[in-house]
Design a protein around this ligand. Structure first.
Ligand SMILES: NC(=O)c1ccc[n+]([C@@H]2O[C@H](COP(=O)([O-])OP(=O)(O)OC[C@H]3O[C@@H](n4cnc5c(N)ncnc54)[C@H](O)[C@@H]3O)[C@@H](O)[C@H]2O)c1
Length: 344
């Protein structure tokens, strides 16, 4: 029987990769992608599936309660996977309010619709950033699901608030929820404001590579497809009401990532430019993924060396995709594609 999975934020980086994953791994599903197409939404990413019989795109703001309820009434999804979010820490420092609106209010609107239409699973895609940061000099310390929430930025605070709300809906209304808290993702279709695609794009254009502070901040990098597989497993076999940490066991300093990109592209490290550190910059994130490994058998499958080479190759082979973002052309294309689909 066809199962309708509603994926919010599917025109963004991880959501689009998840849609490709779902349509490939579960061809019996109908996937409805809901996206507002903010600056981070790029419909050209979804070109390969726009005509797929098991796929439908709906342009919609998850904060628009009436529109969300109407959509649930039409589609009657069995599962909702919420990727839709404002996701860039730097932007949350400049303008926190839109983060609260989408990441907190939007999540509550979706959950109200799930309650109203008896959705069998609401999955919230969260982040390790809700735990705050770890010190650089205690490498044995890792985030577990029991680590207290201790957010540092308006972005991570809004994600932490949403997580609390998701657990509250479970406790209060019995909503069948799961949460995944993942470390930094990298891979194809990531918007070139985030570290890895920004550095690749700038290096290819022989532009300066801006590194915050001394570049010593540590992140735990995971190839996006490994994240998609983790979410799918949680949907299939995860226990309702549970949080699952997802991480790559792959801690790297920002500066080492940037140097590696220079080496891979044959560009000089003299392009690296140290800039004033981000306000409140978290030092280190590191995930203990023991729970998802022990309960669901998940492990990362893509070693960093392989994943970063695949990613760099993808940005080399898909130059138009990211150049259209740099020029703003992608937003005109979004309008054209929407017109073609009859979506307003
Ligand atoms: N990128 C990472 O490394 C990472 C790591 C862990 C968790 N996450 C989480 O994963 C999710 C997806 O992250 P991403 O990197 O793909 O983000 P992204 O910024 O690339 O994509 C977000 C998408 O959400 C859409 N959107 C924003 N506001 C909306 C609204 N009000 N209504 C409908 N759609 C809206 C945007 O148009 C965009 O397509 C986020 O919830 C983020 O917190 C990301």
């Amino acid at each position: 029987m066809t199962k309708c999975v509603l994926v919010t934020g599917g025109a963004g980086f991880i959501g689009s990769n998840f849609i490709f994953y779902l349509l490939r791994e579960h061809p019996e599903n109908l996937v409805v992608c809901v996206d507002k197409l903010t600056y981070a939404g790029n419909l050209s990413t979804l070109t390969p599936v726009l005509q797929h019989p098991g796929f439908r795109f709906v342009k919609l703001d998850i904060c628009d309660r009436d529109a969300v309820m109407k959509l649930f009434d039409q589609e009657r999804p069995e599962a909702v996977v919420n990727f839709a979010a404002e996701s860039h820490v730097d932007r949350s420092i400049d303008n926190p309010s839109v983060f609260l609106q989408t990441n907190v209010i939007g999540t509550s609107v979706l959950m109200d619709a799930c309650r109203a239409y008896d959705v069998a699973r609401f999955h919230q895609v969260s982040t390790d950033e809700v735990y705050g940061d770890l010190p650089l000099d205690r490498p044995a310390l890792l985030f577990t699901e029991e680590t207290p929430l201790h957010a540092s930025s308006a972005y991570s605070a809004s994600k932490a608030a949403a997580d609390l709300l998701v657990m509250a809906y479970h406790r209060t209304y019995g909503l069948p929820v799961t949460i995944s808290r993942c470390s930094n993702n990298y891979g194809p279709y990531q918007f070139p404001e985030k570290l890895i695609p920004l550095m690749i794009a700038n290096a290819l254009n022989d532009r300066p590579l801006p590194v915050y502070g001394q570049g010593l901040n540590v992140r735990d990098w995971l190839y996006v497809e490994d994240h998609c597989r983790a979410i799918d497993l949680i949907l299939q076999k995860g226990r309702v009401g549970e949080v699952y940490n997802v991480g790559g066991h792959n801690e790297m300093r920002n500066i080492d990532i940037v140097r590696l990109i220079c080496r891979e592209l044959g560009k000089p490290e003299s392009l690296i430019t140290y800039v004033t550190d981000r306000k409140g910059h978290d030092l280190r994130y590191a995930i203990n993924p023991g729970k998802i490994k022990n309960e669901l058998g998940w492990q990362p499958q893509t070693p960093f060396g392989e994943g970063i080479r695949k990613t760099i190759q993808w940005y080399l082979a898909n130059r138009t995709w990211w150049e259209n973002i740099l020029t703003g052309q992608y937003q005109r294309e979004n309008e054209d594609i929407c017109r073609g689909l009859g979506v307003s």
